[in-house]
Every structure is written in C-alpha cells, then in structure tokens.
Design a protein around this ligand. Structure first.
Ligand code: PNS
Length: 161
C-alpha cells in the first residue's frame, strides 16, 4: 500500500490545501494529513482546533487519516514508516524554503522523498495567512475556505476583540 504524509500548519485549512489533498489521493492509497503542533509561525488556532476543522472538512473523503505531530517531520515519518511527503508549490517564492525542507528531511530520514504538486492557478495567491488577514478585517473568505472554517475564523476574531 502506497502511503504519504501531507504535513502543514493548516492554520486554517483552505481550498488550496483541499485541492492538493484530492490530487494526492490519485497518487497514493492512503494519506496522513499531519498537523504540525509547532509550525514555523505562531498559530492562530490551537492544534486541537486545526485537527477538528480538518476532520470535519475531510469527513466524506475515504483513504485519509488526520493526525498531528510534535517535533521533526522526519522523525514522525520514520515512526509511521512512510517514505513520501506531499507538499504543494505555489509561486517561485515557495521554492527555496521547500527545497531546503525536502533536502533536510531526506538527510534526517534517508529515503524520505518529497513529492511536489503544483497548485491550481486559481489558488496561486491563496494562503492561510491572507485568509486570516481578510477575516480579521471583516472581509468575505467564502471563496477561500469551506463554510465551517469561515465560521471558526469569525468566532475566533470576535473573541480577540
Ligand atoms: O503549512 P506550513 O507552515 O508551510 O508547513 C510547514 C511544516 C509544518 C510542514 C514544517 O515547518 C515542518 O515540517 N515542521 C516540523 C518541524 C520540522 O521537521 N522542521 C524541519 C523541517 S526542515
């Protein structure tokens, strides 16, 4: 059985992530969507909230497990005995960081390969950060995130005020 990990901050999950997940499912028999407890930036939603949103949004998709990990992705992949990592690539600006991460991960976990999927052009400029910014300023995020995520963003920013 061919399995892969799709790791990320998912703070929160967007339609860009869902597109990558759906396309990865054409390549792999099983996909672990793995939420990093501590990503590169401080997160708006805590790990339980991020996992819960992903579980709800992905409930109708078979072959997916939503999980979370702390520490190094390479160690998590070794523990799970998984050889492939999925990452989405948007613009050239993603490339440096992604290359560095892919090479570092394969150094830390020899044999761990990263499979890059190019984002759909409609999602080229979509990121969780811009979605949060729009929601924070009261804008409409319905084109970018599933309805339940839009609601959680609204609730989250209401609490902040
Ligand atoms: O969605 P993101 O924020 O682009 O995801 C980045 C993430 C969480 C996949 C990356 O930061 C990560 O793997 N963090 C876990 C810690 C780790 O392994 N760091 C070394 C990577 S070179």
């Amino acid at each position: 059985m061919l399995e892969a990990i799709y790791p990320g901050s998912f703070d929160p999950v967007t339609y860009g992530h869902l597109d990558i997940i759906d396309r990865a499912l054409h390549l792999f028999d099983r996909l672990i969507v793995a939420v990093a407890e501590r990503g590169p930036k401080e997160s708006f939603f805590n790990v339980e909230e991020r996992v819960a949103m992903l579980k709800e949004v992905l409930a109708d998709r078979p072959k997916i497990v939503v999980s979370h990990f702390d520490g190094l992705l390479a160690d998590y992949a070794i523990r799970e005995r998984i050889r492939f990592v999925i990452r989405g690539l948007r613009a050239v600006s993603d490339f440096d960081f992604e290359l560095q991460m892919a090479l570092t991960n394969s150094k830390l976990a020899p044999g761990l390969d990263t499979v890059f999927l190019m984002t759909k052009e409609t999602h080229l400029y979509l990121s969780s950060s811009t979605v949060k910014e729009i929601a924070k300023l009261g804008g409409d995020v319905s084109e970018f995130v599933p309805p339940l995520v839009g609601e959680r963003l609204k609730e989250g920013f209401k609490k902040e005020i």
